[in-house]
Write a protein that binds this ligand. Structure first.
Ligand code: TRP
Length: 523
């Protein structure tokens, strides 16, 4: 149209113009092509540049992502070494129960025969239950509540995880009270206050626990120690502390065992502990051994599951559980060899529970080493340090259960989470402690809050959570997940896998059920 109009009206000038236009057009076409060419080259150049930039960006992004992934992993934390795994988990298992409960039960229930039955219980109940918690924790790589939720896939089984965390949390406060007493006794032995007549030790303990503030102070001290360890994370806090504290505990234990067994008349104590008495065996003995093995391995409180979430994929779960079972049992037997020879050599009959370690034993140590200056002092200082170490490593694992839960569910820093847990557990512990100092407001149905916590967590929550965990792993979780975790995705032979599944499916739930019914006198 334009050309027709121009050619019809203004032809002469038009031609000029046309030429001009044409040449201009040609020029501009050239220019255009040049421009296009250049632009294309530029674009290509730019594209290349961009490509490079893009690639670099992509690489950078991948790196960040990878680093973030790694950071997320290290933020969750994991144990750096196999030794760390064993020592930290054994630290959770080795606790006051090994010292104040196992030796007495052994002496009362047939000595070596009881130890043999106990080992069988650890093998058939403790270790399989521990492996089950390992499997859940390591598979889910999350705190206990989330671990169960993940594996339960929206079914009500998720409740077990929450119950585990709650049990762990409730027991923290109560366990911290007794742990605080241990620190107080370290301090008192250091100051040389633990010497006097037998009656003195009774009143020393009674006065201390009846005091409204002293136990609270020591409770805060042990909780602060736990806080300082746990807030540093899994590797720098828990693992590092366990690698120092556990060997120290073994050394102290061995020294006291050797000294105690060298006392005159120590054989009577060794006999009492280790002489097999077949007549003492009855169904009660079996059930006591079962209950003790379960309690001693720290099962059903979320601790084992939480620690397992920090295990590497290479950790051999079954072997680790066996090693921890052996360490835990060994410490329990050695604790017996530390207590009984000394007690028998001075003719004091040992008992169990808090009165054994806080009333009977200071007296025993003092009398046994009365003739040699300083030895009684050193031994009692070593003994309470050992107890404090055992309590502290267990307390760390208890605090870690709720810390991991708060950190991951409330999306807060580890420091904040640890502080929150330690503060809340200390408040519960304070109430428990006050209930023991005779404060009437804290008595329910004639029982102190302390006893109620002990009863509810130890005798109800513990067996219920343990029972449900076995049923969950044995009957609900897909078999291939259990096998993959047990054999590290087929890289281990898993010789005992079928035996383990059989135990978890049938033997463990039945045993736990028996313990549960027995403690309520129903069978
Ligand atoms: N195993 C501890 C002991 O022998 C007691 C205990 C039971 C425990 N469950 C726990 C300790 C959980 C720490 C965490 O004394």
């Amino acid at each position: 149209m334009k050309a027709t109009f121009s050619s019809s009206g203004h032809s002469g000038g038009m031609n000029q113009m046309h030429k001009y236009q044409m040449s201009a057009m040609q020029k501009s076409e050239k220019g255009y092509f040049l421009a296009v060419f250049l632009t294309k080259r530029y674009a290509f150049f730019m594209f290349m540049l961009n490509f490079d930039a893009k690639l670099r960006f992509l690489l950078y992004f991948c790196k960040c992502f990878y680093r973030k992934g790694n950071m997320a992993q290290t933020e969750r934390g994991n144990f750096a070494s196999k030794m760390g795994v064993i020592l930290a988990t054994a630290g959770s298992a080795v606790g006051l129960g090994n010292v104040w409960r196992f030796p007495y039960m052994t002496g009362e229930n047939g000595g070596a025969v009881f130890i043999f039955i106990y080992f069988v219980c650890v093998l058939l109940l403790g270790i399989p239950c521990m492996i089950s918690e390992f499997i859940i924790g390591r598979h889910a790589q999350a705190n206990t509540a989330r671990a169960f939720s993940k594996m339960a896939g929206g079914t009500p089984w998720a409740v077990i995880g929450y119950m585990g965390v709650l049990t762990g949390f409730l027991i923290t406060g109560y366990y911290a009270v007794v742990s605080g007493w241990c620190v107080h006794y370290v301090w008192s032995s250091l100051l040389g206050h633990l010497s006097g007549e037998p009656e003195y030790f009774k009143s020393f303990f009674a006065d201390f626990t009846a005091h409204p503030f002293k136990p609270l102070f020591w409770l805060v001290v042990i909780m602060l120690m736990t806080y300082l360890i746990v807030e540093n994370g899994v590797r720098n806090g828990i693992e590092r502390a366990s690698k120092i504290l556990m060997p120290l505990l073994f050394v102290l234990l061995l020294i006291i065992v050797v000294v105690s067994c060298m006392l005159p008349g120590a054989d009577a104590g060794i006999n009492f502990l280790l002489k097999p008495d077949w007549n003492a065996i009855n169904s009660d003995v079996f059930l006591s051994a079962l209950g003790q093995s379960f309690y001693s391995m720290s099962i059903a409180m979320g601790c084992i599951c939480t620690y397992a979430s920090y295990f590497s994929r290479q950790t051999n779960l079954a072997n680790s559980a066996i090693q921890i079972g052996i360490i835990d049992s060994m410490v329990a037997v050695l604790a017996g060899l530390m207590i009984f020879p000394a007690a028998f050599s001075v003719g004091v009959s040992p008992d169990s529970g808090p009165s054994l370690i806080f009333i009977t034993l200071p007296n025993v140590f003092q009398q046994a080493f009365a003739s040699v200056p300083m030895v009684g002092y050193i031994i009692s200082l070593m003994f309470y340090s050992l107890l404090t170490l055992a309590a502290l490593t267990s307390l760390m694992s208890l605090v870690e259960v709720s810390t991991a839960f708060c950190q991951e569910e409330m999306h807060i820093s580890r420091k904040k989470a640890t502080f929150l847990v330690v503060a809340a557990a200390s408040i519960i512990g304070m109430f428990c402690s006050l209930s023991l100092s005779g404060y009437d407001g804290l008595q329910v149905l004639g029982r102190s809050l302390f006893d109620i916590f002990d009863f509810v967590t130890g005798q109800i929550f513990l067996p219920v959570v343990g029972f449900l965990t076995c049923i969950f792993i044995g009957w609900f979780v897909p078999h291939h997940i259990v096998r993959d975790e047990f054999t590290n995705f087929g890289t281990l032979r898993g010789t005992y896998f079928h035996f383990y599944v059989f135990l978890v499916k049938y033997v463990c739930p039945l045993c736990i059920l028996f313990i549960f019914l027995h403690q309520f006198g129903l069978i």
